[in-house]
Design a protein around this ligand. Structure first.
Ligand code: ZN
Length: 260
C-alpha cells in the first residue's frame, strides 16, 4: 500500500514538473470563476496615478498582463491629467488565485476592481471602510461627481490595448458614457462601448477583465460580448433602464456574465 502511495506521489511530481516545463510562463489557469494563478505578480501599494485601497488584504496579485495594463493605464492618466486624484485599486486575485471572498470571479488573475474618477478629485483613504465608499448612481440617476471625461478616457485607453474583453459598469454608467461618446462613432468608440458591460452592483467601481494571455494555454476563454455598441440595451424610460430583447437573448444563451 505504501509502495502504491509512493508511486502515486512520484507520478504526481513528475506530471507537475512536466507541466511547469511545458508552460514556463504560464500564469492564468481555468476560468474567471473557477481558476487559479501560477507565477503571480503583485501590484505595489502605490505608484504613479494609483493607490491600492486595501494592501493588508494581499488581494492584488494578478497575471503580469493585468498588472502591466493597470499600471500603464493609471500612469497614462496621471500624464494626461497631472495633479488630480489617483485611481484607487480594489481586489484583484489572491496569491495563487482561487476563491476570493466577496467575489464570484477574480480567480485566475485576470480581473481587477478600479474606482471611478471623481469631479471633486477626492480620493478614498486606503484601509478605510470595507469597500469603495462612493456610489455614482443614486435613485437611478448618475451623480454630478461622476467624471465622464476622465472615466471615458481611461476606459478607452484600456480597451485600446486590445486585451480587455469586458469592463462591468452599472447600466446607468454605460448609458451616461454612451451619451458622452455620442452617435458619431468610429471603430474605436464602438469597440470601447461594446466592451462596457452593463451590470448592477457596479455603481461604486468598475470591474476590468482581460482575455486569457497567450502564455496561459490552460486558461479558459469567455464568449465575447455581442457586436455593436450595446447602447440600445441601456436606453432609459420613466421606469429606468430596460434591457433589450437582444441583450436578454444573449444572456439566455451565454448564461450569467459572472461579473464579480
Ligand atoms: Zn470585480
Amino acid at each position: 500500500m505504501r509502495g502504491i502511495f509512493l508511486i502515486f506521489i512520484i507520478s504526481f511530481v513528475n506530471i507537475s514538473l512536466a507541466i511547469a516545463d511545458t508552460f514556463p510562463g504560464e500564469q492564468s489557469v481555468g476560468f474567471y470563476s473557477a481558476g487559479s494563478l501560477v507565477n503571480s505578480e503583485i501590484t505595489p501599494a502605490a505608484g504613479k496615478g494609483y493607490v491600492v485601497l486595501y494592501p493588508a488584504r494581499e488581494k492584488n496579485f494578478s497575471s503580469k498582463e493585468l498588472r502591466t495594463l493597470v499600471e500603464g493605464s493609471t500612469n497614462e492618466m496621471a500624464d494626461r491629467f497631472p495633479g488630480l486624484d489617483r485611481i484607487q485599486l480594489g481586489d484583484f486575485s489572491a496569491n495563487s488565485g482561487g476563491f476570493l471572498a466577496g467575489h464570484a470571479s477574480h480567480q485566475n488573475g485576470l480581473d481587477a476592481d478600479l474606482s471611478y474618477f471623481r469631479v471633486d478629485h477626492r480620493e478614498q483613504i486606503p484601509g478605510t471602510g470595507d469597500g469603495f465608499d462612493e456610489s455614482f448612481v443614486v435613485d437611478g440617476k448618475i451623480t454630478p461627481n461622476f467624471d465622464s471625461r476622465r472615466n471615458w478616457e481611461l476606459i478607452q485607453f484600456m480597451v485600446s490595448s486590445g486585451i480587455v474583453t469586458r469592463i462591468f459598469v452599472d447600466p446607468m454608467i454605460k448609458h451616461t458614457l454612451c451619451q458622452w461618446a455620442g452617435t458619431d462613432q468610429n471603430q474605436s468608440i464602438t469597440e470601447t462601448l461594446r466592451v462596457l458591460r452593463p451590470y448592477s452592483n457596479h455603481r461604486a467601481h468598475m470591474h476590468v477583465r482581460i482575455a486569457c494571455p497567450k502564455e496561459s494555454p490552460r486558461c479558459t476563454a469567455q464568449v465575447p460580448p455581442p457586436p455593436g455598441d450595446g447602447c440600445g440595451e441601456v436606453e432609459t424610460n420613466s421606469f429606468g433602464i430596460i434591457p433589450s430583447l437582444a441583450e436578454r437573448l444573449f444572456l439566455k444563451i451565454v448564461g450569467t456574465e459572472i461579473p464579480e
